[in-house]
Design a protein around this ligand. Structure first.
Ligand code: ZN
Length: 201
């Protein structure tokens, strides 16, 4: 009887596989549909620690500075993430403002914050709290939607572009880097890989 920890399921075709130890940088693919199952990252805790710290710095910039500055017929306006959410609240869209605050600000911030704490605990070889941190992180990963917001800004900019001059602010580029890092750390590197790391500590 196989131990359940030694099994993995293909995310695309749900075929069950037995996990095999991999050599450095080697990837395991599904025998049925060739989807990527897992990879042997030799330095995952250190890599996650450095990149989640970088993501937190980008996040601070992305939520502080203007995302875009729009020059429309001589009138100039700039948009900042928290100001935009505050504006929604001010105009009476309370639930929309609350939802935006959670999925665009609080959850992405906590997601990278928990990954930072988790990888720091692993680097320090401390197992205490690491499981709770990881459980919280797994939950947050489903509710962080800054990537969707970023794509919707791009779509909106394409529409506005015909009528107004647009200057991309510092926060725009910081948000782009944040979204790329978040996708890399929580989707390209699958959350299951962090669970595997926790098992090994
Ligand atoms: Zn498959």
């Amino acid at each position: 009887m196989n131990n359940l920890k030694d099994l993995t399921i293909c995310p695309r075709c749900q075929t069950l596989h037995k996990k095999l130890p991999l050599s450095k940088k080697e990837e395991a693919h599904c025998a049925n549909c060739n989807a990527r199952l897992y990879k042997n990252y030799t330095d995952l805790p250190q890599r996650a620690l450095a990149l989640s710290l970088a993501a937190l710095i980008f996040f601070t910039i992305a939520s502080t500075f203007p995302i875009v500055q729009i020059d429309f017929a001589g009138s100039f306006s700039s948009v900042n993430l928290l100001d935009a959410i505050w504006q929604l609240l001010h105009e009476g869209y309370i639930f929309m403002a609350l939802f935006a605050f959670l999925v665009l600000f609080l959850f992405p911030l906590l997601l990278m914050g928990t990954l930072f704490i988790f990888s720091l605990l692993l680097v320090m070889k401390k197992r205490v709290f690491a499981k709770w941190v990881l459980q919280f992180m797994t939950l947050l990963s489903r509710w962080s939607m800054l990537d969707i917001f970023f794509v919707s800004i791009l779509v909106a900019m394409v529409k506005i572009y015909e009528y107004a001059h647009i200057h991309f602010g510092l926060a725009f580029w910081a948000m782009a880097f944040f979204v790329l890092l978040e996708i890399y750390l929580t989707r390209y590197i699958k959350i299951e890989q962090y669970w595997d790391l926790w098992e090994e500590v």
